[in-house]
Design a protein around this ligand. Structure first.
Ligand SMILES: C[S@@+](CC[C@H](N)C(=O)[O-])C[C@H]1O[C@@H](n2cnc3c(N)ncnc32)[C@H](O)[C@@H]1O
Length: 257
């Protein structure tokens, strides 16, 4: 993970450094629903960008026949590996060229990792998911959506710029239709779509994602570090200000049989 100072660290690594473990827009609630509908038991599962391994833990608890994580960040890959242990593998690599064999996975999962890519890279990653999935396999994504679906280009640009300033990552969320198009252009059929509020830094969501003890630890870390506090409050203010145009989205797409 990056060792940059609090002013320049990507938002997800700043939150991770402060003790937050759930780093995705729809929180655990959206992940739990998505995993329940993914058909994990007995399946060969690939997770793109497992990050700190929080979802990897839940995937493994569901009894897949294999688990492979593909994580770009070496330190994060190490943390995921410590969660996965000998029940799977975590490769350090890029999700757009994983090196995994064709048509061998039943399920590919990716959370909070496509939104931060350029449009071209998003398409490369989705094509890679399509390649590694067997016919009939499911691609489950949990990402950030722009709302409403007919949001103007000006507002899209404003929201993207505000996010980039706050989280120091060039986040490029898409509308519901744009996410669906990205998936169908790669050959997928969209099977299910659901939404939850983007409430990553709202107190109620933090408690539900992290539990009371980790929430206390996170809050006390934020209070003690004034630079980090300014960043976290700035991120929350940006999410609140743009709440009418941001949402968490989950899409389960299917590779045709
Ligand atoms: C916001 S975190 C989300 C982590 C985790 N999926 C979660 O929901 O908690 C983004 C993660 O994506 C990883 N990542 C970004 N681009 C990637 C890529 N092209 N291939 C693999 N991992 C990538 C980062 O290293 C980081 O771990």
């Amino acid at each position: 993970m990056s060792d940059r100072d609090a002013d320049h660290l990507p938002g997800h690594w700043l939150l991770a450094r402060l003790g937050k473990r759930v780093l995705r827009p729809g929180g655990r609630e959206m992940t739990t629903r998505m995993l329940a509908n993914a058909g994990l038991s007995g399946s060969q599962v690939v997770e793109f960008a497992p990050g700190l391994g929080r979802t990897a833990r839940e995937i493994i608890a569901a009894g897949p026949s294999s688990y492979t994580g593909v994580e770009a960040d070496e330190d994060a890959a190490g943390l995921s590996r410590s969660v996965v242990g000998d029940r799977g593998q975590v490769i350090i690599g890029q999700a757009d060229h994983t090196g995994l064999p064709d048509a061998t996975a039943d399920v590919v999962i990716g959370e909070a990792m496509l939104s931060m890519q350029t449009d071209a890279r998003k398409a490369d990653i989705v094509n890679e998911a399509f390649r590694v999935l067997r016919p009939g396999g499911r691609y489950c994504v949990h990402e950030l959506a722009l709302t409403p679906d007919n949001v103007s280009d000006d507002v899209k640009t404003e929201v993207r710029q505000a996010l980039a300033r706050a989280i120091k990552v060039n986040a490029r969320p898409l509308t519901h239709t744009e996410w669906s198009t990205l998936l169908t252009e790669a050959g997928f059929e969209v099977a299910e779509v659901s939404f939850l509020p983007m409430a990553l830094l709202e107190p109620k969501r933090i408690i539900s994602d992290e539990g009371p003890l980790r929430t206390l630890k996170f809050v006390s870390n934020v209070i003690r570090d004034s630079d980090a506090r300014a960043r976290v409050l700035g991120m929350r203010q940006t999410f609140r200000k743009n709440r009418d145009n941001l949402s968490a989205i989950c899409v389960i797409a299917r590779k045709p049989s």
